[in-house]
Design a binder for this molecule. Structure first.
Ligand SMILES: Nc1ncnc2c1ncn2[C@@H]1O[C@H](COP(=O)(O)OP(=O)(O)O[C@H]2O[C@H](CO)[C@@H](O)[C@H](O)[C@H]2O)[C@@H](O)[C@H]1O
Length: 483
């Protein structure tokens, strides 16, 4: 079986969030499990700034997408995923993918739709024996739409099965109906049984209706998105497709996130003592009071309500009455960026607010914190809690989506469990749970080292995940062939 894995972001080439981590890792493990797989992404401008592109091979030039009305030619560059032999193709065209923020809203429909049609052209030209295309989120959701309109009679493309992976249903790609013309797609798609959604075009809806199989990134989230609370308006069509909807938990790349070899962290972590060395080095690095006994709580992520940032901001003053330190790394909603920046001025030795995107600092924080906070409103899978556990940092989460599937409540009687959590999306519940975790950290040292050890023993490696994706690709192919 040969699979094309198509993503708008792939780590380390371009990363805005968790999708990049998955796209940069999962294909390697699928290949290790014996399948043929390659990746396609846009050639975002920042790739040129951060990588030596003279080492990339130019495999095609002057290609023009077949259906799209934007007829600028594109070239296909080829390289490999980090530390592997998995091929990655970059679609490079003049000036289209040159914004600093890859999801910059200006021309985003043009950029994503052009990418979808060009990806299909790339498959035809470079990998015509492809069997399955795994698309990801709304940015690549027009691929099955093109396949089921323009390419129904195409000898190569008509045989390919599609699977849509939903990493976040909160982002759907809503546009005015005129965009269909720009993409070169037929107007009849503006129809309630296709892409129409309350007078707009909903690109993710197209992905859901036109793909052979759909999956999301944890079993719990696969159930949740069929409800009004979590479906963001798409619960109805997801229920219609529930027989074809699966949930596969993401993994983390153990070859990169390795507490013994990670070059970003201060000290390799094997024991709790090593962990404390990382903690005091982090305190020093961030200009916080250096003290092993203070509970160091951290948050890394996009500063949006999905991540529970509103709950965190509501409890901050009460939380800071305790003997704790708070470290934040993230960018997002200006309202929260400003709120946290102001807080730094009030508690300079107790908090460190880093409004930036910094992969190196993220690793140091995962390794150096006592508690990692993830009180998400919804969380398709969540990678932060898994990275934390890998480095012996105890997660405090809201039990939703993938957080529910990966964190278990610590119980001091049987010494089992990896963290602490709450269910209702309420600031009082978050504060209570954090107080419990702080109590365990400061007063119950034996329990705390048990939790540390339980976290370090968890297995979130990608092998299991890759096997499940391969099963899903087979189901998609069977469906496509009408079995
Ligand atoms: N300022 C910053 N500096 C450095 N690194 C930063 C950073 N802000 C975030 N990151 C990194 O970005 C990644 C975020 O991944 P998550 O899975 O936690 O969330 P995200 O919502 O982006 O992903 C979506 O897709 C993933 C993948 O499927 C799902 O796990 C998740 O639930 C879903 O919302 C982590 O690797 C984190 O370290």
């Amino acid at each position: 079986m040969k699979i094309a894995y198509v993503s708008y972001e792939v780590s380390p080439f371009a990363k805005a969030g968790g999708l990049a981590d998955v796209a940069g890792a999962l294909p390697k493990y699928i290949k290790n499990a014996g399948e043929e797989i390659y990746v396609i992404m846009p050639f975002h401008k920042n790739i040129e700034n951060n990588f030596d592109i003279s080492k990339f091979e130019v495999v095609k030039t002057d290609l023009i997408p077949n259906s799209h009305t934007h007829k600028s030619p594109f070239s296909v560059y080829k390289s490999y995923l980090e530390g592997s032999s998995v091929v990655i193709y970059f679609i490079k065209t003049d000036s289209l993918y040159d914004s600093k923020n890859i999801y910059d809203e200006e021309n985003i429909f043009l950029k994503t739709s052009y990418f979808c049609d060009s990806a299909l052209k790339t498959i035809k030209e470079c990998e015509p024996d492809t069997n399955v295309i795994n698309i990801n989120d709304w940015h690549t959701s027009l691929i099955p739409v093109y396949l089921k309109t323009h390419y129904l009679q195409d000898n190569i493309l008509k045989k390919i099965a599609t699977i849509l992976t939903i990493h976040n249903i909160g982002y759907q790609g809503l546009f005015n109906p005129e965009v269909l013309n720009q993409a070169g797609l037929p107007n009849y798609l503006f129809n309630i049984n296709a892409l129409e959604y309350y007078g707009k075009i909903n690109v993710l809806k197209g992905g859901i209706l036109f793909s052979n199989i759909i999956n999301t990134v944890s079993p719990t989230y696969a159930k949740e998105i069929q409800s009004e609370e979590y479906g963001y308006g798409l619960e109805g069509i997801l229920k219609v497709r529930s027989e074809d909807l699966f949930g596969i938990l993401n993994g983390i790349d153990y070859s990169i996130y390795d507490p013994l070899k990670d070059p970003h962290i201060f000290h390799p972590i094997e024991s709790y003592e090593d962990k404390l060395k990382n903690k005091t080095s982090l305190q020093e690095y961030l200009g916080l009071t250096k003290d092993e006994n203070i509970t160091l709580i951290s948050f890394i992520g996009r500063l949006f309500e999905q991540k529970g940032i509103d709950l965190i901001s509501k409890i901050m003053d009460l939380l800071l009455l305790n003997d704790i330190q708070f470290v934040l790394l993230g960018t997002g909603d200006k309202k929260y960026e400003e709120y946290f920046a102001t807080l730094t001025k009030l508690y300079p030795k107790k908090i460190s607010i880093n409004i930036t995107f910094d992969v190196d600092l993220a690793q140091k924080i995962y390794a150096g914190s006592d508690i990692f906070l993830m009180p998400s409103k919804y969380e398709p899978c969540g990678l932060g809690q898994m990275y934390s556990m890998r480095y012996g940092t105890v997660p405090v989460v809201r039990y939703t989506g993938g957080l529910k599937d990966t964190v278990s409540e610590y119980n001091s009687k049987d010494k089992k469990g990896t963290g602490f959590g709450f269910h209702e999306y309420k600031e009082a519940d978050l504060l209570y749970t954090l107080m419990k975790a702080i109590y365990f950290h400061q007063k119950r040292k034996d329990d705390w080292t048990n939790i540390f050890e339980n976290c370090m023993k968890e297995d979130f490696s990608y092998e299991k995940t890759a096997k499940k994706y391969i099963e899903l690709y087979k189901i998609a192919l069977d469906k496509k062939r009408g079995h």
